[in-house]
Design a protein around this ligand. Structure first.
Ligand code: FE2
Length: 193
């Protein structure tokens, strides 16, 4: 686990240290500012070099967690060639932006009211291809943000994700591409107090 962090990086400088909750609109501007900073991706190049080129699932390379009440979590996702999430929802609002390579997002609408346990009736709403020249995409909590993200391109991709505080937690559910509380497997972690 690498814990050295560039204190002058946008990742570190922009992360909210205040106690008030951060709103989704503000997170969009923040994620876009971090993504524009040339030093941001540069600091993760050694980690990207060590990451597998092909894999079925994305890997979280780095995490920045707010220990205060703002509850924000920031993750850098690495997407090997062929990596995909299942279709999933989130426990909070989320903002994500492709910062290297290309990703495909499929977004779904939930048609049922949750009457059947462990079953959701979905309809695909749209598909978009995101690259590092596009801005951020947002999801709402639960039925307001059901999607799947995949790297169907011929090279690995990177994306930056920010999540708000959890609106609820059900340990029986599998959350993917959501905020995490654990340390990333192979990356950098920074706790902001
Ligand atoms: Fe997601």
């Amino acid at each position: 686990m690498q814990t050295i962090f560039s204190p002058r990086s946008a990742w570190s400088r922009e992360f909210p240290r205040r106690m008030e909750p951060i709103e989704c609109d503000e997170a969009v501007a923040l994620v876009e500012r971090i993504a524009r900073d040339a030093s941001f991706l540069h600091q993760f190049r050694p980690l990207v070099k060590r990451a597998p080129r092909n894999a079925a699932e994305p890997i979280i390379l780095a995490t920045c967690l707010a220990a205060g009440a703002s509850g924000a979590a920031l993750h850098l996702f690495y997407w090997p060639i062929g990596a995909s999430t299942p279709i999933h929802d989130h426990t909070s609002w989320g903002v994500y932006q492709c910062v290297g390579g290309a990703l495909v997002e499929d977004r779904y609408t939930r048609l049922d009211g949750g009457e059947q346990p462990e079953t959701a009736h979905l309809r695909k709403r749209w598909r978009r291809r995101w690259n590092d020249r596009d801005g951020a995409s947002t999801v709402g909590a639960y039925a307001k943000g059901i999607h799947r993200i995949a790297n169907y391109s011929s090279r690995p991709s990177l994306s930056l994700h920010m999540y708000g505080p959890r609106m609820g937690y059900d340990p029986r559910r599998d959350f993917v591409c959501d905020r995490i509380e654990e340390l990333p497997e192979m990356g950098i972690v920074q706790l902001v107090v």
